[in-house]
Design a protein around this ligand. Sequence first.
Ligand code: COA
Length: 374
Amino acid sequence: MAQKDNEVREGLEGVVAFESTISHIDGTVPELVVRGYDINDIVGNLTFEQMSYLLLFGELPSSNQLTDFDAELKSLRQVPKSVLAFLSSVPKSSEPMSVLRTAVSMLGCIDSESGLNDQNSVLIKLKSLIAKIPTIVAAQARINVGETPLQPDLSLSHSSNYYYMVTGEVADEKTLNAFDAVLVIYAEHEINASTFACRVVMGTESDIYSSVVAGISAIKGPLHGGAIDGSMNMLKEIGSAENAENYVKDALAQKRKLPGFGHRVYRAGDPRAHVLKRMTLDLANSRNDSHWFDIALEAEKQMASLKSIIPNVDYYAAPLLSHIGFPVILMTNVVTSARIAGWSAHILEQYGKNRLIRPRAKYTGKSGLKIHKP
Ligand SMILES: CC(C)(COP(=O)(O)OP(=O)(O)OC[C@H]1O[C@@H](n2cnc3c(N)ncnc32)[C@H](O)[C@@H]1OP(=O)(O)O)[C@@H](O)C(=O)NCCC(=O)NCCS
């Protein structure tokens, strides 16, 4: 539908802002296609390293390319000591996403070439952030529980090392597959609010770190990536499957938005939620612990019958991450450490054919006023 001159689309709903070859969402099917591959085909077939390569370079890596890419990411995992010192110095009460935002900003201050925006420098900085954000998140997690941050283990894959640095344990195969799949599922999602924020900042020819800090600032909000923490807290508040009906009824009566439900584009179902629901059930069954799944399923049924609102990606990702040992306060950080791959692709795309992003406002304020000097 063409937009008429001066027509306001609240929340930019339905506005097509860019041409992009990165991903496509069709809310009616519903489907998510990344670089030509359906998300259902991607999950379980691509590792996070392969997904990141696909996003950065537009096609899947050959086995040699993957070996080189993997080695490069490994070589970039370590974060500067001053960043670790910063993580140790912040009050434990700080929001983990605010800490991550500041740590990434700090990486930009430490990088003496942060302002270099040629294609090669941009790519190196993005790979560095894909590799380093998990190290920051894991260090934060350990410092918060009074433990010393662990050195990255270069013998482990991206997800395996990430899990190890957070928990101090090497994940079993099932746990690792689930964690890697979560990172893959969250890696990219078209022009969502945080990706748009990254592109807006890149569009001013600012630096990569500033662009990613904008993305982090946007994704932490409870209407965006922050909804994963909200979802888990809500499942805890509901407490049991028997309570789900009353909880949902009360929330809707109070016109509260339930975290993990609803989506601007997917009105008929979020394909990522379908995959995550299956995976969460599978984990619950294999661990003989369906507590969170049962609550989530019942609340989903109540939402469907009372308001016809679908669960989104965060709804089942929250209990899944909980099953594999991630505390609630870390969940949005995990989402961010995956989405950096998609942001990177969009930053490169914006950089490659940049035009300053500058929408207009329809003025509805006063006019014709005169200043009267006393
Ligand atoms: C994602 C979200 C911001 C999309 O918002 P939006 O496109 O502006 O959707 P709308 O506000 O137009 O919603 C349409 C209707 O559904 C209702 N609705 C949407 N999401 C809801 C939710 N999570 N809980 C309860 N009602 C919800 C709205 O109140 C509105 O109802 P109404 O027509 O009776 O007024 C919204 O669904 C939301 O806040 N969800 C919770 C946060 C979340 O999970 N975010 C992660 C998204 S991946």
